[in-house]
Design a protein around this ligand. Structure first.
Ligand code: SF4
Ligand code: SF4
Length: 56
């Protein structure tokens, strides 16, 4: 399953810069992951300051 970003996201953009497949973009109030593009590498979870991305 793809990673998803929770409402804890503070829209810092750090995850989008790290995603190797550019699956993360700025959404309405938080960043969002394109589930079809995500390769489940975990890089976004590794750089997020608030732990918003997780595998579900
Ligand atoms: Fe991108 Fe990897 Fe996060 Fe998926 S798990 S959104 S591929 S950084
Ligand atoms: Fe949101 Fe975390 Fe991504 Fe920053 S790194 S935009 S807080 S999910």
């Amino acid at each position: 399953m793809a990673y998803v970003i929770s409402d804890e996201c503070v829209s810092c953009g750090a995850c989008a810069a790290e995603c190797p497949v550019s699956a993360i973009s700025e959404g309405d109030g938080k960043y969002v992951i394109d589930a079809d593009a995500c390769v489940e590498c975990g890089a976004c979870a590794g750089v997020c300051p608030v732990g918003a991305p997780s595998a579900e």
